[in-house]
Each structure stands twice: as structure tokens, then as C-alpha cells.
Design a protein around this ligand. Structure first.
Ligand SMILES: Cc1cc2nc3c(=O)[nH]c(=O)nc-3n(C[C@H](O)[C@H](O)[C@H](O)COP(=O)(O)O)c2cc1C
Length: 556
């Protein structure tokens, strides 16, 4: 039984979800115009902090991208090169774009709705050979690819904080500045911030894997404690950062995939919090702001105030993993695939994809394997897929049941007239079904706020989360986690598209209930939280691409 406080929080979460749905006749509340004068600075910095430059590593040809899914490479030692690579291949700049003669804007390894980048990252670490000789908390600053030292920790403090964790280990915390997204998207921004957290978790998990390390969310920490740990608890106002999650990173051990995160109650964590003062004033991002009270309200409602242990994923509930890949290793360096990721701004409407590669892409989205082991909960998300141009596969509406535990509930929730037909050649472990045959490009475009990219790709999809049962079982603070799961699936889809020689784009703008009506969903049992498209990209040839760190190297 949930207590009255949690029930009230659940009501706020449900209200937020409903009022931020886009509908063909009414978009979720936002300003309705671009307030360019107050466009937020995408780069946070802390004035007065010691700046520690990270190495800009040359690309390695191994491990290959495909090999990451079958085995983890040998673990790299903890040193400056490892930390440099970790951030360079997860959250750093990837390029600048410029309209000739006009302004330039930067892109990053991790994608972000509207390229607004609300996610900030902190490293909490012991001494790192060649980089820092004492433990501390550091803000990662992607503009310069460097660390800003927010505080020093004593060795005993660091030992206390990480007692029971594998050694060596690193901690990475993620926070969101909602204002960066609400400036453009108004109330729906809270959803986008959490998609972005999911993408950042994915980017970090994948970069970590290339180093032979593993990443896993630490769940047994209240948000307030995390805020204190990284020194953001005194930030106030519209530009304040909000603590999202903490990741533990550690070398792959002799028993693969068996992390040992300490399960401490919150009061014990609090005792381990260093009583230190933090250095550095956060920079102002905009001169003026618009308030979006419902974002503040929902963010309070989902704040985690207790130690939570989510149900562990059940190994047998995940179907076949990609340890039996359908296609051989394509030999593409993982770091190259990660760094070349981009969103397609337009799709050609003609490129097609072979069926085996399509099935392989879907296999990589299954839970219970890398990188989904970074999440600590049972999978909650299934995929409704609009197939447009897959060789030897009839176009139509398909459905991928990612967890067998969902199948009965889904068959119950979706329209009774659906076929549930197993397509030819589909591997046994992939619960893919055709629901309806026919051209789905028009409806896919319509649902995605009339964006052509949803209909002109090889396939597009909606990520359906079991919203009501997840909230009822795990409480209001599970709401953001549903978006994190979709963001992680999205990050895999982005990289899979690159590896297949096509391109992807996340789609946050879609008409929620139009999608639900198409599927026959009449309640909040399953809700589409994020859409995605993959296809043959059309480049915007007017734009010039500039190297990511030219602005630094040119000055050296
Ligand atoms: C959560 C999320 C939602 C997005 N929604 C859309 C969308 O509705 N339409 C679109 O064209 N691009 C969308 N994008 C793509 C972003 O605009 C893109 O990631 C951003 O401009 C940065 O470019 P990059 O991905 O090439 O680095 C979305 C991306 C994310 C992460």
C-alpha cells in the first residue's frame, strides 16, 4: 500500500504526463515563440575552480563495435588516458556546424532534444595516475574537454564512499538543468531532459565498455544525498541543476557481469558524505527566464528520498541475446562509430535495409545484455515498429515484445483484430510480430508531428512503456526511469544505424494519444514515451563541418 504522500505524488506525475501530451489540435504548453535574447548557454562552468585538461586521445581501431556485444575487451588501467577516453567518447564535443559566414554551433557525442544539452556530468574519483593525485569531485566541461575540481576529498573519505565496490572504480553523476530545455519546449521539457539522461547513460556505458570496464546505476542513494555529494545542493532558481543518477564504473572482473555495488541504507551513505566546502560559482546561463511551475512540481514529485531496490532483471525473461549474432563482425572500430553518430535531419525515402540487419538491430535492443545491464530494473519498454523499406519484409505495423513477461498484457491491451503474425526468418529469441500489413509511412509521419523523417526512413518506431504498473509497483520516482530506459534504447539505435551505414534520429515530438488510438490502447497501461526513425540520410550540404576542438588546438 502506498502512503498518502506518495499517492499525491503519483497524482502529480499522472497529471503532468496527461497535460504534456501533444495533440494534433493542441501542442503541450510552451512559449510558442523562440526567445532568442535569453537562449541558455549550453556550457556550464564553475568560476574559480582548478581546471584540469584531459587528454585528447587518438582513435583506436580496436575493439570493434560489433565485438562489444559479444565480449568485453581486456580492462584498461585507471589513468589519465582512460578518463580522457571515457569522456571524449561519451559526452565531449563531436563537431561544430556552421552556415558559411554565420554562427557555429557544437554537436556532442550524446544527442539532445533540440541540441540544448540539459545534462551535466560529475566525476567522483580517487587519485588517478597522471591526472590527479588526490581524491575529489570534478565537473566535466565538454567545451574544453577538461575537469573542474569542485572539492578535494581525503583518502579515508574516498575509501569510505567506495567501500565494498570493486577497486579501482570511478563514480559519474548526471544532473539536468531543466531551463535549457524548457526555454524552447515549455512544459514537455521535463520529459526531454530525462530522454537525454537515458542517452547520456548509454553513451557512458558504451564508452566504458570500450575500455573493458562496466557501468551500473547505483540506486541506493537518495537524490538529496547525491546533490550533496557533488555539491549542487545549494544551487537555487530556474538554472539550478537537479540530481538524476549515479553510475559506478569498474573494470570487468574475473566473474563477468557481476557488479558489487554496496547496498547501504541512506543514513549510512549520509555518514559517508564528506563535510567539505565546494569551490566555484556556477555561471549564469540566461539573463532572464520564464517559469514553468509544473516542471518544478513534477521534479519534486519524482525526487527519490529513500533507498530503493528495484526488482533485478530475470535472466530467462530476456530472450536470445546478441551473443549469437546474425551477422559477422563488420570490423568497424567502436570509437569511430561512437564519434561519427549524428541525427539525420532528412531521410531520402528510397534507401532500404536487408532483413537480417533489421533483425540484428532489434536483437541489440533486447534487455539483459550489454548495455542494458547498466539499468537495475526489469525492462518496462516494448517497441511498436512502422516497417517502411526492409527487403523481404512486408511494410506494415509490427511489434517487438522486449520482455516475454509483457506479452500477455500487451495482447490484452492492443486491438483484438491485430494479426500477431511471426515474420519469416525471424530468429527464435526475437518476439517480433506483424500486427497489420500495409503502407505505414503516412500514419508514422502524422503521429510524429507530421515530421517527414518518420515516414521516409527504412523503419520508425514508438517506445511503449508499461506506465501504470511501473508507477504502482515502484512509485512516482520511477517515472523518469522509464524515459531513461527509452533513451538507452535510442542510443543503441543511433549506433546500430551508423554501423549499418544508415542514420537515425530521436523523435520527441509526437502525438501521444494518436499513437495509442492506432494501437487500441484506451488507458495508461502502455504509453508511448519516445519515437525514433532510421533510414538513408540526406545531408544538409549548405552546412560546413568543423573539427570538435579546433577552438582549442588553434590557440595552442
Ligand atoms: C530526446 C530527443 C528528442 C528529439 N526529437 C527530435 C524531433 O522530434 N525531431 C528531430 O528532427 N530531431 C529530434 N531530435 C534530434 C536532435 O535534434 C539532435 O539530437 C540534436 O540536434 C543534436 O544533433 P546530433 O544528434 O546530430 O548530435 C531529438 C533528439 C533527442 C535526444
Amino acid at each position: 500500500m502506498m502512503n498518502p504522500v506518495d499517492l499525491e505524488k503519483l497524482r502529480l506525475v499522472r497529471d503532468y504526463h496527461e497535460r504534456t501530451k501533444h495533440r494534433p489540435e493542441r501542442y503541450a504548453p510552451s512559449l510558442g515563440y523562440m526567445d532568442w535574447a535569453n537562449q541558455p548557454n549550453p556550457f556550464r562552468s564553475f568560476a574559480g575552480t582548478e581546471q584540469i585538461d584531459l587528454p585528447h586521445p587518438a582513435l583506436l581501431t580496436t575493439p570493434t563495435y560489433d565485438s562489444l556485444f559479444s565480449n568485453s575487451p581486456a580492462a584498461s588501467p585507471l589513468d589519465a588516458d582512460l578518463v580522457g577516453r571515457l569522456f571524449f567518447h561519451s559526452l565531449a564535443l563531436s563537431a561544430w556546424k556552421q552556415v558559411p559566414g554565420g554562427n557555429a554551433w557544437s554537436l556532442r557525442i550524446n544527442p539532445s532534444s533540440g541540441n540544448l544539452h540539459p545534462t551535466e556530468a560529475y566525476l567522483i574519483a580517487g587519485s588517478i595516475p597522471g591526472l590527479v593525485d588526490e581524491p575529489g569531485v570534478f565537473h566535466y566541461a565538454p567545451f574544453h574537454h577538461r575537469l573542474e575540481r569542485r572539492c578535494r576529498l581525503s583518502e579515508p573519505h574516498w575509501a569510505d564512499l567506495t567501500e565494498g565496490m570493486p577497486a579501482p572504480c570511478l563514480l559519474v553523476a548526471l544532473t539536468s538543468i531543466y531551463w535549457r530545455e524548457s526555454w524552447k519546449y515549455g512544459e514537455r521539457a521535463f520529459r526531454y531532459c530525462n530522454h537525454d539522461v537515458g542517452h547520456a547513460i548509454g553513451a557512458i556505458a558504451i564508452a566504458t565498455r570500450t575500455l573493458g570496464w562496466e557501468a551500473r546505476i547505483v540506486e541506493n542513494l537518495a537524490d538529496e544525498e547525491l546533490s550533496r555529494l557533488i555539491g549542487i545542493h545549494l544551487q537555487l532558481g530556474t538554472e539550478a541543476e537537479h540530481a538524476d543518477c549515479l553510475l559506478a564504473l569498474y573494470p570487468r572482473g574475473p566473474v563477468p557481469e557481476t557488479p558489487q555495488i554496496p547496498d547501504l541504507p541512506p543514513e549510512q551513505w549520509r555518514n559517508r558524505m564528506p563535510n567539505v566546502s565546494f569551490v566555484g560559482e556556477p555561471n549564469a546561463l540566461s539573463r532572464d527566464h520564464h517559469d514553468w511551475p509544473v516542471i518544478e512540481q513534477v521534479s519534486q514529485a519524482v525526487r527519490r528520498g529513500r533507498s530503493v531496490r528495484h526488482s533485478e532483471p530475470v535472466a530467462s525473461a530476456h530472450g536470445t541475446s546478441t551473443q549469437n549474432p546474425l551477422i559477422g563482425d563488420r570490423g568497424q572500430p567502436a570509437e569511430r562509430i561512437v564519434r561519427q553518430r549524428r541525427s539525420a535531419v532528412d531521410m531520402d525515402g528510397t534507401t532500404s535495409l536487408d532483413r537480417t540487419t533489421f533483425y540484428q538491430i532489434l536483437l541489440r535492443t533486447l534487455p539483459g545484455q550489454f548495455p542494458f545491464k547498466t539499468l537495475t530494473w526489469s525492462p518496462r519498454v516494448a517497441l511498436a515498429i512502422f516497417v517502411h523499406r526492409i527487403d523481404n519484409l512486408a511494410p506494415g505495423l509490427y511489434f517487438l515484445v522486449r520482455s516475454p513477461l509483457h506479452e500477455d498484457a500487451l495482447r490484452e491491451s492492443l486491438k483484438s483484430e491485430f494479426e500477431w503474425h511471426r515474420p519469416a526468418g525471424c530468429p527464435e529469441g526475437l518476439r517480433l510480430y506483424r500486427l497489420l500489413a500495409g503502407d505505414a509511412s503516412r500514419v508514422a509521419k502524422l503521429i510524429s508531428c507530421n515530421q517527414d523523417i518518420a515516414g521516409d526512413g527504412v523503419f520508425s518506431l514508438g517506445m511503449l512503456a508499461e506506465l501504470e504498473s511501473a508507477l504502482a509497483a515502484d512509485g512516482p520516482d520511477f517515472y523518469p526511469r522509464l524515459f531513461w530506459e527509452t533513451g538507452l534504447i535510442g542510443q543503441v539505435l543511433y549506433l546500430e544505424a551508423e554501423a549499418a551505414g544508415i542514420r537515425a534520429t530521436g523523435i520527441g515530438c509526437f502525438f501521444d494519444d494518436t499513437m495509442h488510438e492506432l494501437l487500441g490502447i484506451r488507458d495508461r497501461s502502455w504509453q508511448s514515451l519516445y519515437h525514433f526513425t532510421l533510414g538513408g540520410p540526406v545531408e544538409d550540404t549548405r552546412l560546413k563541418t568543423i573539427a570538435p576542438y579546433g577552438h582549442i588546438h588553434d590557440r595552442l
